[in-house]
Ligand binder design. Structure first.
Ligand SMILES: Cc1cc2nc3c(=O)[nH]c(=O)nc-3n(C[C@H](O)[C@H](O)[C@H](O)COP(=O)(O)OP(=O)(O)OC[C@H]3O[C@@H](n4cnc5c(N)ncnc54)[C@H](O)[C@@H]3O)c2cc1C
Length: 442
């Protein structure tokens, strides 16, 4: 697996696009992005009186390699959900995380109801605000559609607290967290996989690579470069209370001014996550679109503003199952939704499916890979395939987008809300003939 010899720049085009744009604008941010250094603290988090204690981290012993049944690289939603699903069985499960949780993660922090439903956990301690309405706005022509539900459509979180809550639950189920430990290399070792880490060597019978869009495991195992990369810029913004108040109740998605993309406002407890992203190839000019978006929202100079940029992989990685005894999950596998660029659902689901496949395949390499492939082909992959096709229609045919919104805006917004809540799915929506017939009705 290692020593494949191809040292190509990883997700190079996307880095270039993002760097080109963001680089001119704020170099320290870009260097932060490029190195993916995360701010970490070892402290308890408290919200509404509920305390999420700091993660007790396990330091690898020096000398002898640490033996694991399953090594999970990355404590994001994919890795943490995988570790949680493997818990309570007496397996030696290790989560190897280069940061020290809780760590900041560049993300809008919108957890769709369909993602919340996947986790057997009470997430309230991590939720900053529940949005019971989604608002879809178009800026050319001016159109606005609001879809309300009596249960939250999107739960707004800060990712440090959210990821940490799932990781803590996985630790309670028996997983060991190796915090502040980076995986540097991955190679086959007989029936095991050897992991060279910043804290020494580990060996595992199986590896779940959940190390995000710039996956080291993918690079070290010679996987092809990710495609369908969406660069996105996310800003944590604080405004004066009277300016913030009108934006605090709904999850807002704005179309029609970011070419082949959209902008969003996600309200948190006492600030807003405002961002822009595009599926367009070439220079993304995201900082300019972000500034334009603030103008459209009527926002002057924010009281506080922290900008972060990163990429979202919206196309499943080729060769997902090729690496020996290594399963890819979440962003490392390219499982974000091509329509919304939302990746937490795909991360959690694929982490759980990878864990399930290892258990069902009883650690036999071929049986595990077959089980993972089959369950993905029954669940996530058809969804992503349909979503990719819809994303193409939506983002690459702007006149059609406007025409559809003019004639069927409320209906389409309701359908999208149903998909976000899990009331329906992309595959179910395109299979329903009534949905096409309605497009031709006025
Ligand atoms: C600007 C922006 C806004 C977004 N907004 C949303 C949103 O609102 N809702 C949504 O659902 N999705 C959103 N996404 C997408 C979402 O953030 C990702 O899809 C999701 O985080 C993927 O989860 P993951 O567990 O696969 O990877 P990650 O969350 O990226 O976690 C990977 C983990 O692996 C660790 N790691 C990396 N390399 C190593 C290594 N070598 N050794 C050890 N550990 C390592 C990292 O530190 C990290 O903790 C957004 C993304 C961006 C960029």
């Amino acid at each position: 697996m290692t020593g494949v010899g191809k040292r190509r720049p990883y997700i190079s085009t996307a880095w270039f696009r993002l760097g080109l744009d963001v680089g001119v604008w704020r170099t320290p941010v870009v260097s932060g992005v490029l190195s993916r250094i995360t701010v970490t603290t070892r402290r308890a988090l408290t919200y509404k009186g509920v305390v999420i204690p700091p993660a007790p981290a396990t330091a690898p012993s020096s000398g002898k390699p640490i033996e694991l049944d399953v090594a999970i690289v990355g404590a994001g939603p994919a890795g943490a959900a995988a570790a949680l699903a493997l818990g309570g069985r007496g397996l030696r499960v290790g989560i190897i995380e280069k940061a020290v949780p809780p760590r900041y993660k560049t993300c809008g922090g919108g957890v769709l109801r369909r993602a919340v439903a996947l986790l057997p956990l009470d997430l309230r301690a991590a939720v900053e605000r529940e949005c019971f309405a989604a608002e879809i706005v178009h800026h050319g022509p001016d159109l606005r559609f609001v879809c309300r539900r009596d249960r939250p459509v999107i739960s707004m979180v800060m990712r440090d607290r959210f990821d940490h809550l799932i990781t803590r639950a996985a630790q309670e189920g028996g997983a060991q967290l190796f915090a502040g430990t980076a995986v540097l290399d991955v190679s086959p070792a007989g029936e095991d996989v050897r992991l060279a880490t910043s804290a020494g060597e580990m060996r595992a019978r199986f590896v779940i690579a959940a190390d995000g869009a710039s996956s080291v495991v993918a690079r070290k195992t010679g996987r092809p470069e990710l495609r369908g990369i969406v660069p996105a810029l996310e800003c944590e913004v604080t405004l004066a209370p009277e300016a913030m108040e009108p934006l605090m109740q709904t999850a807002r998605f704005d179309f029609g001014f970011v070419p082949s993309g959209y902008a969003w406002v996600f309200p948190k407890r006492d600030h807003l996550s405002i961002g822009v992203g595009t599926t367009r190839r070439g220079a993304a000019h995201l900082p300019q679109y972000y500034r334009r978006y603030l103008e459209l929202l009527g926002i002057g100079k924010p009281l506080r503003e922290q900008r972060h940029g990163f990429v979202i992989p919206c196309r499943p990685r080729d060769g997902l199952f090729g690496a020996r005894r290594v399963l890819f999950a979440g962003d490392a596998a390219g499982f974000a939704d091509p329509v919304t660029a939302e990746g937490i659902t795909g991360g959690i689901l694929s982490g759980q499916l990878a864990a399930r496949a290892i258990l069902d395949g009883d650690f036999a390499e071929l049986a595990v890979k077959r089980a993972y492939r089959e369950t993905l082909q029954k669940t996530l992959l058809p969804e992503l395939r349909v979503a990719r096709w819809l994303a193409w229609v939506w983002y690459d045919c702007p006149r059609l987008q406007v025409g559809l919104l003019r004639r069927h805006g409320q209906r389409l917004s309701e359908l999208m809300t149903q998909i976000m809540t899990g009331e329906t799915s992309y595959t179910a929506a395109v299979r329903r003939p009534g949905n096409y017939l309605r497009l031709f009705r006025r």
